[in-house]
Design a protein around this ligand. Sequence first.
Ligand code: 9GP
Length: 831
Amino acid sequence: PHAKRATSSATILSGADVRTGLDSAVLQQAVLDHLYYSLGRLPAVATPANYYRALALAIRDRLQQRWIRTSETYFERGRKLACYLSAEFLLGPHLGNNLLNLGLEQAAREALTALGQDLDAILDCEPEPGLGNGGLGRLAACYLDSLATLQYPAIGYGIRYEFGIFAQEIRDGWQTERTDKWLSGGNPWEIAKPDIAYEVKWGGHTERYIDDDGAERRRWVPYRVVRGIAYDTPIQGYGVDTCNTLRLWSAEAAESFDFQAFNTGDYFQAVDAKLRSETITKVLYPNDEPAIGKRLRLAQQYFFVTCSLQDMLRILDLAGGAIEQFAEHFAVQLNDTHPSIGVAELMRLLIDERGLDWDAAWTITVATFGYTNHTLLPEALETWPLPLFREVLPRHLEIIYEINRRFLDEVRACFPDDSARVARMSLIGEAGEKQVRMAHLACVGSHAINGVAALHSELLKASVLSDFHALWPERFSNKTNGVTPRRFLALANPGLRALLDETLGASWPVDLGRLRELESHIDDPAFRERWRAVKHANKQRLADYVQAHTGIVLDPDWLFDIQVKRIHEYKRQHLNLLHIVTLYQRLKTYPAFSFPPRAFLFGGKAAPGYFTAKRIIKLINAVAETINADPEVNGRLKVAFVPNFSVKNAQLIYPAADLSEQISTAGKEASGTGNMKFMLNGALTIGTLDGANVEMRDEVGAENFFLFGRTADEVARLQGEGYRPADYLAGDDELKAVMELIGSGHFSGGDSEVFRPLVENLTQSDPFLVLADYAAYVACQEGVSAAWADQEQWTRMSIINCARGGKFSSDRAIAEYAREIWGLQSVPIQV
Ligand code: 9GP
C-alpha cells in the first residue's frame, strides 16, 4: 500500500526534479527512484538498510549541485585553499548531519513516514565511518564541518582505511576487538575518482645524475611503486551552499598484476604483490601502541601525504599557477606529526620533480606548513628508527640530513658553544639506536606551531619544544580546540535544540556566543523546569540504550556521572573507580550512610596492546557486576560500562550527563574535547586544572565547576621530588581499605591475581598520581552530592555551563586558524 501511495504522488510530481527537489513529496519520489534504479529493490521487499541507502543517495544527489559548484567557484576565484592533512577523520554517521545542515530533517521524516518507515530507525542503520582513534580524529571532523559552515575554501586529506577503529565487545568483563567492516554494505557518500591517482614510490636507492643543463642532481630509484586513488566525500556546511571535499586515498597496485611474474607462470607471486600494495590502506592503527618498527604505519603516512601534495601540484597546474607561488595557493596544516614527512616530501617534489633550487624550495615549504601538536606525552611523539627510515624513504633521509645540516648551523649561530642544545634539537636523535624525530621535522619545516589549549601551549613552550621556542618564539601560538555545535548539540540533543530555538531564535548554531542569552532565563522557574525535563528525557533515552546493550537498568532520576573517552592511565578512569569503591565500602560499612543515588557510566576503547588499560576495563566491569547485583547498595549506586564508545552512541551519551568526569593528571591532557561536548549539553564538570578544563572554568566561574587535584606545576614538583604513593596509602585508612578490597578478589569472585598488577602499579609507582589526588577527589565528589541535593541550584549551574560554552565552538577555533595561521578568506558559494 505504501508503494501505491508513493507511486501516485510520484505521478503527480513528475515535473519536479528528483535529484534536487527539497520538499517531502519529491524526496519520497527520489527514495523510491533510488530503491528501484540504484538498489534494484521494490518497496515491498526493501529492508530498513535498503531505505537508508536509498535516502542517503537521494541526499547525496542534493549535495552534488552544491559540491560541484563549490569546487568550480574555488577554481574560478583562485583563492588560497586550506589543506588539512590528517591520518584520522572520525566522522561519525553522515545522514543525520547532512539532513541537519541542509535543513531537510522534516522533509525526510515526512517522506519516510509516507513510505511507512521511521526516520530514526533508518538513521540507525548507518555504519559509522570510524576512521580515527579519538579526540584528534574527531577534532579533524569538527574542523571540516566548521570550514564548510564558515565558507572557507578547504579540503581534508587523509586515508580511506578499509577497516576503521576496531569494534569493542565486552566478554567476561574484558575488551575484545572485532574488525570494523564499515564498507561491507557499500558507502553511499563517497565517489571514487580513479582518474585522480598518483604514483607512490617506495624503498630502493638514490643515485646521482647530470641533467640536461649539465647540473648534478639526485634521483630516487624505487623498489616498488603503488598507486593512490582518490575517494571524495562531501562536507556540507550548515545553512550555506558551501560543500567542501574530504579526499581520502586508497592504495592500489600500480599494475593489477606483476606481468613478469605472470608471464613466467607465477600467478600467485603476482597476486601477492598486488595484495601487499593494497595492504597500505587496510587498517587504522590504534594509538597508544609504540610506533617503533611499524613499517606499515610509516608507509601509510608517506602514502597519503605524497598523494595529497601531488594533488595540490595538479590543482596548481590546472589553475595555471606558478610553482614559486605554491604557498600563496595552499596552506597545509599538519594534524600532529603523522603527516610531518610532508616537509621532506614537498622539498623532494619541488627540487627533484620541479627543478627548484634548495633555497627557493625551502622558503616555499616553510611558508606552506603549519604544525599542530596534540600531546606532551613523550611516547606519543613519533620517531622512526633510522635504518627503517632509510630502507623505506632513502631520498627523504638525504633531504632530512641536508635540512638538519642547515638547521643546526642556524642553531650554532644563535647559541654558540652549546653542543648539548644542538644534540637536543637535531632532527636525528642519537641516544641508543638513531632515530628520525618527526616533531622536530615538523617544527623546522613550519612557519606556525600551535598547541590545542592555553595551558598545553604554554607547557609546550616550556618543556618538549622549549628549544624551538627559544629559537623561533614568533612561530608559536595557541589555538584552543572547539567542537561543532551542529552535531554535538543540535543533532545530538533535539530536545535542547527546540528549547534553544524557541528561546534564542534559530541562529545560535552558527553564533554560539548567543547561548549567553540563556542566563537571562535562569531565574525563571518555568524555564528551569523545562530545562530539567529535557535532561530527564535524554537520560531516559540513554537508559534505554544502556539496558538494550548491557541489561543494566538505570533510573533517570539519579545523578548520571559519566566518563567517556579512550581508556588511558593519564585519564585516570581508575581514580573514578576508587571513588566508586569508596562509596560502596561506606555503604557496606554504614548502611545508613546517605547520599543522592548515582549512576556511574563509563565508555571508551583501550589500545589492543595496552594491557593496563584493558585491565582497567575489566575492573570497571567487575565492580559494576558486584555493585549492581548487591541489593544492599544497588538502590543508591549503579555502574555501567557502555560497550563500543563511538561517535554514534556519544550523541546519546553527552546530552544525558549531569556530571562530566575530566580528571586527568594535570599537564597530561593536551585539551580534551569531550569536556566541551558535555558542557554544551548542560553537564557540570568535575575536573583538574588540565587542558581546556582551565578555560572552561574561567568561562563558567569557579562556583560552577567542581575543581580538585594538583596543578601541573605541583605534579611536576612532586614527581621531581620523588613521589612515593606508599606515603598516601599509609596516611589514609579509607584509601588503604579500598586498595585492599580490590586486591583481595572481592570484585573478581575471589581471584586475587587478576587485579594485582593494577594494585601494584598504583601502590608502588603510580605514574599518574592517582593516590596523591584521591583524597581531594573524594572530597570534591562530596561537594557534588551536596550540590545535587538542591535541584534548583543545580539547574542554574547546568544552564550557566551551557550558556558559557560559546567559546568552545569549532567555528571560533577555525576562524583563528584561518586568520592567524592560514591567511584564508571565505568565499561565499551561490547555487
Ligand atoms: O590527547 C589529546 C587531546 O587532549 C586533544 O583534545 C586531542 C585533540 O587536540 O588530541 C589528543 N591527542 C592525540 O590523540 C594524539 O596526540
